[in-house]
Design a protein around this ligand. Structure first.
Ligand code: 16G
Ligand code: ZN
Length: 528
């Protein structure tokens, strides 16, 4: 490792003195102007991680649903997963080092991880459509090359597409071909196989309206739609030709504001969905005949998917361990429905995709979704092999169910939650089951809920346990929340420090909107 050369080049990507940024829940994120040094250094770190794991590592330049002037970066581990926690710490140390200390921090990482520096390194890079992304990804490449790493720049990809590429490259082709075409073909073939089972009924062609948040999702859907257009037509809105990224549109806006995005025309009963800026989240919605807006969030998506999977497993006659993973934000009605009606075990983890993903890996089939619409389903290798074998061997009703399940397995992006893949899964399930969006929505009724942000002097005084559902500190806070919750019916409330903003988040739900609003407000006064 030529540290002299690294330091010289690092000076060209100098860190503003005193600027300290943390590798947060989903990597570094802030105003794009402050990120050049971070990008260069994450190029360096990706090379070290690649040498250590002897695998291809991914670097994604995006700030997801943040405003257009922000940007960010995250590393993708060998199986397409989020970076391991010990390396998040290395990332924070390296990003925070003043210029003269970079050499020392790099050497410390090499020593701690017992790196074999003679190993080759390979890094794949992609970016979203932000104006700042292209230049910032060049800084990543600069970091990769100065440490002697090889790289492939995919250019514009959705975040989950990059996760998919990393997984493909490290699975020796077992998972799929690591190209955009490979991704499009794998998903489309699975989707067409599924929808071919229904299209013979002479139905009019299905269609869905998609709000692309003025982001990368529009480009990638356009690139792909001709592969599956016989089964589904997608009508794109907020495709980036006019509006600003994530501005008054996109999955995060729709979920948090509980209203339709700007720039989409909705007719009563029409199925619509929104992606976020890097297309790793999706929520659905529709307007009823009275013009009322109905949101179908990640919880209802998880319910649709897990009930469909469970039905198929029953038909096939296989007993398989299927579990659903949620966070504290999951609507109480969804948890109750899954546990009591569907008899599916439900687990709760801390917020952040990496926590849900790891928990879901414990099951033969693990379905995980955050209420905000990030999620997917994971299938153990044993289950995948078995189902695909049964799909070939059996030719009765069981064989048909096995073939459906085999296609569904291929349609999921098992590396990360993926708005395009999830949309195709949902569209296929609705078509196969002949469900309208209203029928899907009616599976259960969401409990009214309210989220509030509270600005405090130091959000770290609040610490939590039990997957963020109980406050440990400050002392007395949890008891006070419990006392408030007791006054309401079907109520629940919790507080947690945000992992992405300098605020505390309050969540409350109860049997009426007024109660949920009041409870959230009362809890926020405790935090203040
Ligand atoms: C990040 C997470 C998302 C989580 C959100 C919570 C990933 C890829 N993204 O966007 O899963 O819901 O942070 O933010 O992990 P908060 O801590 O500010 O509530
Ligand atoms: Zn995102």
């Amino acid at each position: 490792m030529d540290l002299e050369a690294v330091c010289k080049r690092s000076a060209l990507h100098a860190k503003p003195q005193g600027l300290i940024l943390q590798y947060g829940t989903a990597g570094f994120r802030t105003n794009a102007q402050h990120l050049d040094h971070i990008m260069f250094r994450m190029g360096l770190l990706a090379v070290l991680r690649s040498k250590q794991t002897r695998s291809t590592i991914g670097v994604m330049v995006t700030a997801s649903h943040n405003p257009e002037e922000d940007n960010g970066v995250k590393l993708v581990d060998p199986l397409g997963e989020m970076l391991a926690p010990s390396w998040e710490e290395h990332a924070t140390c390296l990003a925070s080092a003043e210029e003269q200390d970079v050499r020392q921090v790099l050497a410390a990482i090499v020593e701690k991880e017992a790196e074999d520096l003679t190993q080759t390194a390979f890094v794949v890079i992609a970016r979203d459509t932000r104006p700042s992304s292209e230049k910032l990804s060049q800084s990543v490449i600069d970091g990769v090359t100065v440490l002697g790493g090889q790289f492939h720049d995919y250019g514009l990809l959705t975040t989950p597409q990059l996760h998919y590429m990393v997984y493909c490259r490290n699975s020796g082709g077992r998972y799929g071909q690591a190209t955009v075409e490979g991704y499009c073909q794998k998903l489309s073939k699975a989707f067409v196989d599924l929808t071919n089972q229904v299209s013979c009924s002479g139905d009019v062609k299905r269609s869905v309206k998609v709000d692309c948040a003025n982001g990368i999702g529009a480009l990638k859907l356009r690139e792909m739609e001709h592969y599956f257009s016989r089964g589904l037509s997608v009508l794109l809105f907020n495709d980036g030709t006019q509006g600003r990224l994530n501005h008054l549109c996109g999955a995060d806006f729709v979920k948090s504001q509980q209203k339709p995005p700007q720039g989409i025309e909705m007719k009563s009963g029409e199925r619509c969905c929104s992606f976020d800026g890097d297309a790793d989240r999706i929520v659905y919605y529709y307007c009823d005949a009275d013009g009322h807006f109905h949101l179908i969030d990640g919880d209802k998506i998880a319910t649709l998917i897990s009930s469909f999977l469970k039905e198929l497993l029953l038909e096939i006659g296989e007993s398989v361990n299927l579990g659903v993973v949620q966070t504290a934000y999951a609507n109480g009605s969804s948890t109750r429905y899954l546990e009591e009606v569907m008899k599916v075990p439900v687990y709760c983890t801390k917020t952040g995709v990496k926590h849900l993903h790891h928990k879901a890996q414990e099951f033969d089939i693990g379905v995980y979704f955050e209420a905000n619409g990030h999620g997917t389903a994971l299938f153990s290798e044993a289950v995948e092999v078995k189902i695909k074998r049964l799909a070939q061997e059996l030719d009765d009703g069981k064989g048909k169910a096995a073939r459906t399940l085999a296609s569904i397995i291929d349609l999921f992006n098992q590396a990360a939650g993926d708005a395009i893949s999830d949309m195709l899964v949902i569209e296929a399930i609705l078509a196969l089951k002949g469900l309208t969006v209203q029928q899907w929505d009616a599976i259960y009724v969401d409990l009214p809920n309210r989220q509030l942000k509270v600005k405090v002097a130091d959000r770290r005084v609040i610490s939590t346990t039990d997957a963020e559902r109980q406050a440990v500190t400050p002392p007395g806070l949890q008891e006070a929340i419990n006392d408030l919750v007791k006054k309401y019916t079907l109520a629940r409330a919790f507080v947690r420090p945000s992992g992405t903003e300098d605020i505390v988040r309050v969540y409350a739900e109860a049997n009426s909107q007024e109660s949920a609003d009041r409870l959230a407000y009362e809890v926020s006064l405790l935090v203040f």
